[in-house]
Ligand binder design. Structure first.
Ligand code: SER
Length: 590
């Protein structure tokens, strides 16, 4: 049996041997990016570098990244989809390109000392081209040159072999996916990607374009971005039927089997969803940003995950209120040596789970009654209202409706989304559209606000104390939103004092400088930032002020202004509670 840790180590060692710097997993909650709620791929935190910014680790990087994807949430419950998963990735930032990337993937998959997979059980896809971008001949040839038969390389369209993010001015490009045969029957000679026995395990993306409003423009820097699904690979290498049979999820299934006195074979889907959703919830709450269940943004997704699991818990007739805490504790135990943040946030995770379960129990009864009263069919907007007013998850609405023989309207999903978007529009100050620079964030206004965020953190610590840590930030061209740990409402005096300190730093026109140092060095210098790393990687440290007498010092990818004088006048518009123990400031530069 290959263990998860062995797989992580093998992957990182292989790429280290090939000149890659190993970097830590970034937070699951993206910084300064209002267009997405979660880090969905390893490339996500690297977007500025894919667009040309210099990375402290150099031009070749690799890591194992925590990811959350909710786009596929309806598929969770099958053999291979997860809400939370780990993605092993390697990147070339303008260094090697298609041929070498494909050759590296191939070596890792097939070499005896790495995965040692049987070449005959592998198949590949490449982009076949369309009116915007031509056929990816280079990738196709790279596979042929490695001795792969044409019959095992499928040419697919944009739907399958193209990668891009939602926002404009972000890197995009064709990709080449690698599949492994999991069937028990002999491997068919010709690769048919529709056959479910072929499981996608790795994706090499060739980020050679930038997505603009109408087309794709070639990037000066040609990049590689790859993503190998850790759970899936672990399952196929070990000959397991599904990802839940791996050591990462099976202990959770066992707990559910025991609590329900039912077997996985009979309640496969329910048990998978509970295990998947609680693991994802633990990782969301375990992130240092301290997200707790709520009705907006990440908290909303978290609430849905927990409530869905609770709904299925009652479907499995589990009465034991320790189920969720037990699953959470087990998850933390499984991952404690890999993701150090989980143990340090254990109390928070367990408390939030308990609170949510108590709240949910109260709403469950009400929600079910409401659905039963519905005559005829139920539409998406009503389902959203049920969630909004009673916390009743849409998946459960669907399930209960099915059970009671109530029909869903034809456009149910669309109606639900419209209602949700309308709600989020209202609750979010910034809509994604406002943030024209997309993830690149090099818009002058956002850069100024980003530097202001550093000054704000330093000032908050001076005024409120050293317990203040950044819990999140979100910047649009208009304003800065900044979350930080602090237990009480700030007084008017404190707010004024913070404003004054920031404005003084601006008036002094302090220089902003960047150095690349090891993480240990950054820690020794008391730079602010996240230190849960095992790789001793190089990081960028941004200092504001003179060397011996700096105003702020933070680990950060940038970019920043050169001198604080560029910022203008700093003003706090609002100070409010964000979640338990976390305050939120909205501020602008005039
Ligand atoms: N971004 C690509 C993916 O998520 C490869 O890392 O599949």
């Amino acid at each position: 049996m290959l263990t998860a840790q062995e797989l992580r180590d093998k992957y990182l060692n292989f790429f280290k041997k090939h000149g890659h710097a190993i970097i830590s997993s970034a937070s699951l909650i993206p910084e300064n990016d209002p267009s997405v709620l979660f880090t969905t791929a390893g490339m996500h935190p690297l977007v500025p570098y894919l667009l040309g910014q210099k990375h402290a680790g150099g031009k070749k990087l690799a890591n194992v990244q925590k990811c959350i994807r909710t786009g596929d949430i309806d598929e969770v419950g099958d053999t291979s989809h997860n809400t939370f998963f780990e993605m092993c990735g390697n990147w070339s930032l303008g260094d090697y390109f298609k041929k070498e990337a494909i050759s590296l993937s191939y070596q890792f998959l097939t070499a005896k000392e790495y995965l040692g997979l049987d070449v005959n059980k592998l198949a590949f896809t490449v982009f076949k081209g369309d009116d915007k971008v031509p056929f990816d001949d280079e990738a196709y040839r790279a596979w042929l040159d490695l001795g792969i038969s044409e019959k095992r390389i499928a040419k697919l369209d944009r739907k399958d072999n193209w990668w891009e993010l939602g926002s404009l001015n972000t890197p995009a490009g064709p990709d080449s996916e690698m599949f492994y045969w999991t069937g028990t029957n002999p491997v068919p000679e010709v690769f048919n990607p529709e056959d479910k026995n072929w499981v996608e395990i790795w994706n090499d993306v060739f980020m050679e374009y930038k997505k603009t409003e109408h087309t794709y423009v070639e990037l000066e820097q040609k990049n590689i971005d790859t993503g190998l699904g850790l759970e899936r690979v672990l399952a196929v290498v070990n000959g397991l039927d599904d990802v839940y049979r791996t050591e990462l999820l099976w202990p959770l299934i066992e707990i559910i089997e025991l609590a329900s006195n039912k077997s996985y074979d009979n309640y496969t889907r329910e048990m998978r969803i509970i295990a998947d959703h609680i693991r994802a919830s633990v990782f969301i709450m375990g992130d240092h940003k301290g997200v707790s269940p709520s009705n907006t943004d990440q908290g909303y997704v978290l609430r849905r995950l927990i409530r869905r699991a609770l709904g299925l818990k009652s479907r499995l007739e589990i009465e034991d209120n320790n189920l969720l805490p037990n699953l959470a504790k087990k998850t933390i135990e499984i991952y404690k040596d890999t993701y150090l943040e989980l143990s340090s946030n254990q109390n928070f995770i367990l408390e939030e789970l308990k609170k949510e379960e108590e709240k949910f129990e109260k709403t469950l009864v009400v929600g079910e009654k409401k659905i039963e009263q519905i005559k005829g069919e139920i539409d998406g907007a009503t389902a959203f209202n049920l969630f909004q007013s009673f916390g009743y998850p849409v998946e459960m609405t669907k399930e209960i409706a099915k059970e009671k023989g109530i029909k869903l309207s034809k456009d149910f999903n669309k109606e639900y989304l419209v209602a949700l978007e309308k709600h989020q529009e209202l609750s979010r100050t910034a809509s994604a559209g406002k943030f024209k620079g997309g993830l690149s964030g090099d818009d002058k206004e956002t850069v100024r606000l980003h530097t202001a965020a550093h000054l704000l953190l330093a000032a908050l610590r001076q005024v409120l104390g050293d317990h203040v840590e950044q819990k999140g930030s979100n910047i649009t061209t208009e304003r800065l939103r900044f979350d930080f740990s602090h237990g009480e409402k700030m007084t008017e005096d404190q707010k004024q004092e913070v404003e004054q300190l920031v404005n003084e730093a601006i008036a002094q026109d302090l220089p902003v400088t960047c150095r690349e140092v090891s993480l240990e060095q950054a820690r020794a210098e008391k730079a602010m930032g996240v230190f849960a790393s095992k790789y001793g990687e190089m990081v960028k440290v941004y200092s504001v002020g003179q060397k011996e007498n700096y105003f702020s010092k933070e680990i950060c990818g940038g970019p920043h202004v050169e001198r604080t004088g560029e910022l203008g006048k700093f003003k706090i518009k609002k100070e409010e509670s964000s979640s338990a123990g976390v305050r939120r400031i909205k501020a602008i530069l005039e």
